[in-house]
Design a protein. Structure first.
Length: 450
């Protein structure tokens, strides 16, 4: 048997010794672990879902995140980008899922996810011509609107969870504050492992404090099995056209976000632009991952921006290292007790971390937008998208007298409205002379190279 070449942690290919690979793989898992389970915890909490079902869904979320990450790392046919992309349950869909779930139930969320996943797979095959529709100003606005729309969700959990009998209880506020302080101190005053895993450590600290204050009931953990096979189709799907349209628009938006994440990895970790093959494979894998997720009753999967930032900081791009983390996630998918531990966690513990995570998504979008010239045309696109998109999302009653389906799709989620307005404005507003000149030069270069 041919021995694989020894690799460096700073090189894409090659096998790194396990003593180095496993800690670096776990580091990536730590960066995304909360982000992977928090969307399900939030939606299950909003819909008051059965505790046993919630535990099963979280177990499935871990399994699917591991499987889809492996697909991105080691492509099958045209599915996957062969880059250190870490996948997980997308926070960007929370607002849309909240609206769909409240009106039509969780089954409609999964049915719409299945349909939207098929759309994203198709989009992946046409990524080259579609790239021109989504310039950085549009992708930046999508990321910003995701952060803005999630901030109220984070604050609700910080205070104990929307609809909770003890919402705003000083104990919840104390726990949330302790989590925030722990994360900030570790992130700003430590380096290496402690800094990278500051969010997970903050949650652990907050969880321990909550246990000491008698706020955690471990009955569900005791009753959960040590080993269990993940359940296929744990929720009966239903298909509603309003839900499907809303979810389809979000899948287009998340495809744009995935293009941005892949570009971030190649720029930050490999010092180059992504190829069309990498972008196409990454978006297709996004869709395939969400398709598999729907079959296991899990919310859509997508690339994780937290891990993109980790690659940019550490420059660790070796696929074998990231693969060890993906295998760890797969193993977690077979241990229900681990899922149950997250299920009984007080919502204020999650809220303390969520406030920072969701705000950092906003900051990420702002950073990306700062690279653009915001004079003239771009400034107008930003003003229209944020003013109307985010504004209507914050005041959904503004569309209250229009047909119900309009409100269901656009009024309940500022992300969709922002994306639609930014895309339309980008298509119809006349381009500045300098931008036209640059684009013409780029087209000439592409024609010559071909």
């Amino acid at each position: 048997m041919m021995k694989q070449a020894q690799g460096s942690i700073y090189e894409l290919n090659g096998v790194v010794p396990l003593r180095k690979a496993i800690p670096l793989g776990i580091q990536h898992v730590l960066a995304m672990f909360l982000g992977n389970v928090s969307p399900l915890l939030i939606i299950c909490g909003l819909l008051n879902m059965d505790a046993a079902l919630k535990t099963s869904l979280i177990q499935n979320a871990m399994l699917i995140a591991g499987i889809t990450t492996l697909i991105q790392l080691y492509p099958i046919w045209k599915v996957g980008c062969a880059l250190p992309v870490v996948m997980g349950t997308s926070s960007g869909f929370i607002g849309t899922c909240k609206s769909i779930g409240a009106t039509y139930g969780y089954g409609a969320i999964i049915g719409a996810s299945l349909t939207g996943a098929l759309l994203e797979i198709v989009l992946g095959f046409f990524i080259k011509p579609l790239k021109k529709l989504f310039p950085p100003v549009v992708t930046s606005l999508v990321i910003m609107s995701i952060g803005l729309s999630l901030l109220p969700v984070g604050v609700n959990y910080f205070a104990g969870g929307s609809g909770a009998a003890d919402f705003g209880d000083p104990r919840h506020l104390l726990i949330g504050t302790i989590v925030v302080i722990t994360i900030v101190v570790l992130k700003q005053y430590t380096k290496g492992f402690l800094s990278v895993s500051s969010i997970l450590i903050g949650i652990v600290v907050g969880y321990i404090v909550a246990i000491c204050m008698g706020m955690v009931d471990f009955t569900q953990v005791k009753e959960a099995a040590w080993i269990s096979l993940p359940r296929l189709m744990p929720v009966e799907m239903s298909f509603n056209w309003q839900a499907i349209i809303a979810m389809a628009i979000m899948f287009v938006a998340t495809a744009v976000e995935t293009v941005g994440d892949i570009s971030g990895i190649t720029n930050g970790g490999l010092d180059r632009e992504p190829t069309d093959k990498e972008l196409s494979g990454g978006v297709i894998a996004d869709g395939v991952g969400s398709l598999i997720a729907a079959l296991f009753g899990v919310l859509p999967n997508t690339s994780f921006s937290q891990n993109v930032g980790l690659v940019a900081v550490t420059k660790v791009v070796n696929r074998f290292c990231i693969m060890t983390g993906a295998v760890f996630l797969v193993l977690c998918g077979f241990i229900p007790k681990l899922s149950a531990i997250f299920s009984v966690m007080p919502q204020s513990v999650l809220g303390g971390a969520a406030v920072i995570m969701f705000a950092m998504i906003l900051v990420s979008g702002m950073r990306s937008l700062q690279r653009e010239n915001l004079e003239g045309r771009n400034g107008m696109i930003v003003a229209l998208a944020l003013g109307l998109g985010v504004g209507i999302g914050m005041v959904p009653d503004s569309l209250g007298l229009l047909p119900a389906w309009v409100g269901q799709i656009f009024a309940q989620n500022g992300i969709i409205m922002t994306f639609v307005i930014a895309t339309v404005a980008n298509l119809i507003l006349p381009k500045d002379k300098e931008v036209k000149k640059e684009e013409n030069n780029e087209e000439i270069k592409e024609t010559v190279s071909e």
